[in-house]
Design a protein around this ligand. Structure first.
Ligand code: NAP
Ligand code: MG
Length: 402
């Protein structure tokens, strides 16, 4: 059988620990036998990031801007323990943070639904995708502890030195205060990424804030979304048969729990931090959660939502058997290959991405799965396999489909 051809390279960002092991198995067993894989390879493994003073991360992000589509393996974000473990020159920043800052993107996280892994919320039939605004608010806040009685104000000084003041509180005794900010340009690019992704995936989009209480701050988010929607997206949404729906955050939470799923839920930074863990856990497993960074210029970077699965890697190093779930990493590859196929008009590549996902889901639904899923599945007669056995089982299904 002739291999499927590609025209533009995918930006391939390799990573760390157990996911780096899975990365190679996925390529060897699921991709290379079927696709004449063209990638521009960047090694974001911690050792090479350290060796290049993290330049490789920046280069990989710039390559993503150039080619438009990347696929990324999970990477270590160094902490004090990693400094010693890898004898690092510096505590390098999170690669995801660096890439996100360069691409100015929004992260969309969606669960992979399979029969036998049932959501805790009985009504959920389709995935709920969380869109996270990853700039500002409480994550860039300035805080003070107020030691005792006194006045606290917000002061804005414009470029000519004119001051505008708002009283925050007249303290009669000790207290606390916090100043948050956001910028219109960031909210605008968040809105555009959300609307583009909704069109791309043909799903409704919900957005919620607390504009009734926060009449300037949250209300600005609401207004910017509405203005951009009306000016640039309304007609496209009608044509695609999808909707933009705004409501208050507490109303949104209640509606999400009663819903069937099948939409994108755009949230402010803090709301999505909290809600994405709730949604991911309620859908069953972090190992079944995909993640894609979408930039306002239409650049895409696909990855798994989980980390490098350190505990399994240490077992692997000791020569012990592991049963690490590769589904989210496989779907990162299929997502990236499908997008590359769409952009380059390669229907065979798109069809391959669909088959790879189907082979993966069929494998689980026929009872062959890794231990994390075997522990929670409602299926009977389950065949719990190791990391490699799972990928080999998918490869057999895929070969039969090709
Ligand atoms: P993790 O990799 O998300 O794993 C935490 C635990 O979740 C695992 O020990 C395992 O539980 C379970 N798990 C996660 N993914 C799994 C999978 N594919 N298959 C089976 N079980 C899975 O988080 P971590 O081990 O705490 O963090 C390791 C490193 O990942 C850190 O250095 C962190 O900086 C990095 N990280 C990277 C990213 C990213 O690149 N996007 C995201 C998050 C974290 P059991 O041990 O109970 O089996
Ligand atoms: Mg969080």
């Amino acid at each position: 059988m002739a291999k499927i051809q590609m025209t533009t390279p995918l930006v391939e960002m390799d990573g760390d620990e157990m996911t780096r092991i899975l990365w190679k198995m996925i390529k060897d067993d699921l991709l290379l036998p079927f696709v004449d894989l063209k990638t521009e390879y960047y090694d974001l493994g911690l050792e090479y990031r350290d060796e290049t003073d993290d330049q490789v991360t920046i280069d990989s992000a710039l390559a993503t801007k150039k080619y438009g589509v990347a696929v990324k393996c999970a990477t270590i974000t160094p902490n004090a323990a990693r400094m010693t473990e890898y004898n690092l020159k510096q505590m390098w920043k999170s690669p995801n943070g660096t890439i996100r800052a360069l691409l100015d993107g929004t992260v969309f996280r969606a669960p992979i639904i399979v029969k036998g892994i049932e959501p805790n919320v009985k009504t959920w039939e389709k995935p709920i995708t969380i869109a996270r605004h990853a700039y500002g608010d409480v994550y860039k806040a300035t805080e003070m502890k107020i030691p005792g009685a006194g006045k606290c104000e917000l002061v804005y000084t414009d470029e000519n030195g004119n001051e505008t003041r708002e009283l925050i509180h007249e303290f009669a005794g000790p207290g606390i205060v916090q100043g948050q900010h956001n910028i219109e340009a960031s909210i605008e690019s968040f809105a555009r990424s959300c609307f583009n992704y909704a069109l791309d995936t043909k799903q409704d989009i919900w957005f919620a804030t607390k504009d009734t209480i926060s009449k300037k701050y949250d209300h600005t988010f609401k207004d910017i979304f509405q203005e951009i929607f009306d000016a640039e997206y309304k007609e496209k949404f009608v044509a695609a048969g999808i909707e933009y729906f705004y409501t208050l955050i507490d109303d949104a939470v209640a509606r999400v729990i009663k819903s069937k799923g099948g939409y994108i839920w755009a949230c402010k930074n803090y709301d999505s931090d909290v809600m994405s863990d709730m949604v991911a856990t309620a859908f069953g497993s972090l190992a079944m959660m995909t993640s894609v960074l979408v930039a306002p210029d239409g650049t895409y970077e696909y990855e798994a939502a989980h980390g490098t699965v350190q505990r399994h890697y240490y077992k692997h190093l000791k020569g012990e058997e592991t049963s690490t779930n590769s589904v989210a990493t496989i779907f990162a590859w299929s997502g990236a290959l499908r997008k590359r196929g769409e952009l380059d008009n390669l229907p065979e590549l798109v069809a391959f991405a669909d088959k790879l996902e189907k082979a993966t889901i069929d494998t689980i639904e026929s009872g062959t799965m890794t231990k994390d899923l075997a522990l929670i599945t409602t299926l009977e007669n389950v065949n719990a396999v190791n990391s490699e056995g799972f990928i080999k089982a998918i490869a057999a299904n895929l070969a039969a489909m090709m």
